[in-house]
Design a protein around this ligand. Sequence first.
Ligand code: MLT
Ligand code: ZN
Length: 459
Amino acid sequence: MDTIDSLTKLFDDACVLTDAESLQTYGKDWTKIHQPNPLAIVFPKSTEQVQALVKYANQESLALVPSGGRTGLSGGAVAANQEIVVSFDKMNQILDFNSLDRSVQCQAGVVTQQLQNLATENNLFYPVDFASSGSTQIGGNISTNAGGIKVVGYGLTRNWVLGLTVVTGAGEILKLNHGLVKNATGYDLRQLFIGAEGTLGFVTEATMKLARAPQNFSVMVLAISDIPALMKVFDAFQNALDLSAFEFFSELTLHYMHTDKGYAKPTETDAPFYALLEFDNDNEQREAKALETFEYCMEQDWVVDGVMSQSIEQAKTLWKLREDISETIAVYTPYKNDLSVIISKVPEFLKKVDEVVANNYSEFEVLWYGHIGDGNLHLNILKPADMDAAEFTQKCSVVNHQVFEIMQTLEGSISAEHGVGLLKRDYLHYSRSPEEIATMKAVKVVFDPNGIMNPGKML
Ligand code: MLT
Ligand code: ZN
């Protein structure tokens, strides 16, 4: 029996796709660098079906690639080598909600927004958020330890995972931590699967934690003269208020939001950088504190102009200036870097990387934006319309080693939140020591002895 017949026996006709369009769609994520070339797409409906598939793949030495919302930016969900893509689209059920535990049990294919909406309907809050929350799936968020725009206030996806069901590469089902808040019984294996990009096994179900819903929030956008001033503004605001977000974007980035999207500029005065901050504003003292801090930052000449939202609607409009950047600039096929250092090193990091950028990319437009309150900056180089994509990628990647050497000296990360996948795999050693990489490889062998789970990604 050939592979496709066997897969059809394991699933059913409707859950195995091999047509050209599906292979193209499900064989890639948002990176456009690799040509998708999967063997088939399968749509399991249960953990047991995933287990049966993994056992079969082990027997036949077939490679499996997990597929969620396919919004990844590092090629982690790309299938370019005749792999079987395992889509979690049909495992999209919310299985349980418990108000006392403040927890939701989800299948891996539950879309982030589905979870956020369920939380809101129950007057609670799922705080991990990003522009693509309408398409990303919980399993993918967990496998990449997704960050997003509220990490300053709420942390990464890792903070919100109470329990996991996984199918390991050896075909075992592990139920990890059972939703417990406290569990001091040795190694927390759940944490190993978070951010593992499906290289150890596939997440099939998760118990996610919810938070108390913020009663009201306000957003400020501040025009700022330089990065050292921006960090001082962050320090002043984080000392004055509980911030839920502290993001930034450069003047050129704002220019694109203005010209391409028609979004109004937030302030009358232009500045090289803009900070966007959000805070819970459920009493007058908080608002007074925010305004007092704003005035203090103006007096220090750190801030040259600013605006504070007067309604939730206005807050959402201001957020669009930051949230819609990635989608807006996608037409310019940007070459992306996703870098991080500890917060206090951000000015040094940006100065050094900017020098490399100025020396090498003078012919290109360079956009900076990102989660500066996490020390995470996105460096995007825009492709000139008349330049061939392959030539552009080649020109941009020439300076990777210089940029990553800077990251290494600063003990930063070459991928803060987008993951390693295929794109950053060969640069992993800039952020991880040989001993760490050897340990990671040894861990992979324990869970995936035949190397069938998302092979070639990360390691
Ligand atoms: C963002 O922060 O907007 C996302 O990580 C996507 C991107 O970097 O373009
Ligand atoms: Zn980001």
